[in-house]
Design a protein around this ligand. Structure first.
Ligand code: FE
Length: 396
């Protein structure tokens, strides 16, 4: 038996934000990030639509990137005092992820993060509020997923929360919000979305319900990401849908070790963070080469190559064509080849090698490893990470 869960309603297309005025309720809390939604006028619009719906509205602003446990607890406390029956989260992945966790602690004030780390073990939500998510970036697809990542900065731990209870009730995928993204963010979030779709397609949890979503997302991203990066706003609009389709696929099929490695290398080094989407983009070609040693995975990658018409006669040639195409996309998007070249070399080689074994162990233990088509040994993972550091091809 398997389960497939998505939001009950999804409104898409330009102007979809106005659907907020058709929500039924008494009180709404709007959760937003650092200010771009306010600057571009979308926050005011959202608040006005909710007021048109007859709701009293309160704001929770300034959710930081990589939202903290403290922010979540502050938001939950504010919700307990205000008593909303709608939580409306808008912005990039961070405010939406934070609001999902606030929702849990709003409905269950006595629970703790430790209680929530076992995947798919959450208490039943929607006893106090429903949840509407409005993304402004085209990548994480948190508006349709069962996931949220919260960071405990005191303990240096990231809590990956996973449960269909936190899949939003309503998603509003309005491309006008994504038109505000700068080019670099467009590239990184777009390659994150491509990684979601490819990992979902080859995941051991993939099924007939997730496959078409993943394939169509891959085709759209392949066609539109570079154009969107270059400022073509029609392509940007389509990318907003494509990333959402990829999210529907991976929320139900789960991911693989590109994400395991991106999660555990992201904040491991003193030189700086490796941005999530950029890490995925750099690691994806090498992980495909590694996973393709498993025949059944190679066949799935070849199907992707066929679907986007990359040519090749044998499975091996098709997998090679897919790897080459992703490398070419990265180059066109000005994404570095490898960690060594990342942001002018901020990740120190010696520190990377010193931490190699520890980071490899953590990556193997990541929640995304279990659904990868090939389970890496410690030695494999260390070799993979090294290949990602130096930008080498993988043949083991
Ligand atoms: Fe991701």
């Amino acid at each position: 038996m398997a389960r497939f869960t998505l939001p009950r309603d999804l409104y898409h297309g330009k102007g979809a934000l106005a659907e907020l005025k058709n929500l039924t309720g008494k009180k709404a809390v709007v959760v937003v990030g650092g200010g771009s939604m306010k600057r571009f006028g979308f926050l005011d619009k959202a608040v006005n639509y909710l007021k048109e719906a007859g709701m009293e509205v309160a704001l929770f602003e300034n959710v930081e990137p990589d939202p903290s446990v403290d922010t979540v607890m502050k938001g939950a406390k504010m919700m307990q005092e205000f008593g909303p029956d709608w939580i409306v989260a808008m912005g990039g992945g961070s405010p939406i992820d934070a609001a999902k966790a606030m929702w849990v602690f709003y409905e269950y004030p006595d629970t703790s993060f430790e209680d929530l780390i076992t995947p798919f073990s959450f208490p039943t939500l929607r006893t106090k509020a429903h949840f509407c998510a409005i993304p402004s970036t085209s990548g994480t697809a948190t508006e349709v997923t069962a996931f949220s990542v919260i960071t405990d900065y005191n303990k240096g731990i990231k809590y990956p929360l996973a449960d269909f209870n936190i899949t939003p009730d309503v998603a509003i995928v309005d491309p006008e919000l994504a038109e505000t993204m700068p080019a670099k963010l467009t590239a990184h979030t777009g390659m994150d979305a491509l990684t979601h779709a490819i990992e979902a397609y080859v995941s051991t949890m993939h099924c007939d319900y997730t496959d078409p979503l993943a394939l169509h997302a891959i085709k759209m991203i392949h066609n539109d990401l570079k154009k969107s990066y270059d400022g073509d706003m029609d392509a940007r609009d389509r990318m907003h849908n494509a990333q959402c389709l990829a999210g529907m696929a991976f929320s139900n099929a789960l991911l693989g070790i590109v994400h395991s490695m991106a999660h555990k290398t992201g904040a491991a080094y003193s030189g700086g963070h490796i941005v999530h989407g950029c890490a995925n983009a750099m690691y994806l070609p090498r992980v495909i080469q590694y996973n393709a040693k498993v025949e059944s995975a190679a066949v799935r990658y070849a199907e992707i190559a066929d679907f986007i018409q990359l040519g090749g006669n044998t499975v091996e040639e098709k997998v090679a064509a897919l790897v080459a195409e992703i490398k070419a996309m990265n180059e066109a998007l000005n994404i570095p080849k490898c960690i060594k070249d990342y942001e002018g070399g901020i990740i120190d080689e010696k520190e990377f090698m010193d931490k190699l074994s520890q980071v490899a162990t953590l990556a193997i233990g990541d929640a995304c490893t279990g659904s990868n088509p090939r389970i890496p040994s410690q030695e494999d993972m260390e070799k993979l990470l090294k290949a990602c550091y130096y930008g080498e091809d993988v043949d083991f």
